[in-house]
Design a protein around this ligand. Structure first.
Ligand code: ATP
Length: 135
């Protein structure tokens, strides 16, 4: 049985995860990284993507993460994210509405549209939909 270490995933709204885990992979901005207990210390920013980890009982878990930072210590991984939610908590209808809203903004081409913001919203929505639809 793998050695356990600790995972905390925190957003400005809530603590999403706080539990002992066996392993984790996350979307670092320089590329996907994996960690087990005892990993050397490092700090990285995160892209939009999925965090996958094995909980203490060995169950595979998945979270959506909307950028942020990860601090990896030998005994603990801390993730500070702009927003994050467990795959099972993704509201598919809400994500589809967010996608439609962002697509409308991008196609309307109104002078006051913040294109970068709309593209980021679209990227989040598409990623959430993909994750929610994984079976
Ligand atoms: P929306 O326009 O629907 O608010 P968003 O991408 O702008 O989407 P975020 O800023 O990423 O939303 O997140 C704000 C809060 O709402 C966070 O707590 C996040 O976990 C939650 N959230 C956003 N979209 C969803 C969703 N589809 N299902 C569950 N929670 C969501």
């Amino acid at each position: 049985m793998a050695d356990k270490f600790f995972l905390e995933v925190v957003t400005p709204q809530k603590a999403v995860v706080s539990e002992a885990i066996q392993s984790i992979s996350a979307p670092g901005s320089e590329g996907e990284f994996c960690a087990l207990k005892g990993h050397t210390t490092f700090l990285t920013s995160l892209k939009i993507g999925s965090i996958r980890y094995k909980d203490a009982a060995g169950n595979e878990r998945m979270l959506f993460v909307n950028g942020g930072f990860a601090e990896v210590l030998p005994n603990k991984v801390t993730i500070l994210a702009e927003s994050a939610e467990r795959r099972k908590d993704i509201d598919l209808t809400r994500a589809k509405e967010a996608q439609a809203r962002a697509e409308r903004r991008l196609s309307d081409k109104a002078a006051d549209t913040d294109i970068v913001r709309a593209q980021a919203a679209l990227h989040r929505a598409i990623f959430r939909i993909k994750m929610a639809e994984i079976r």
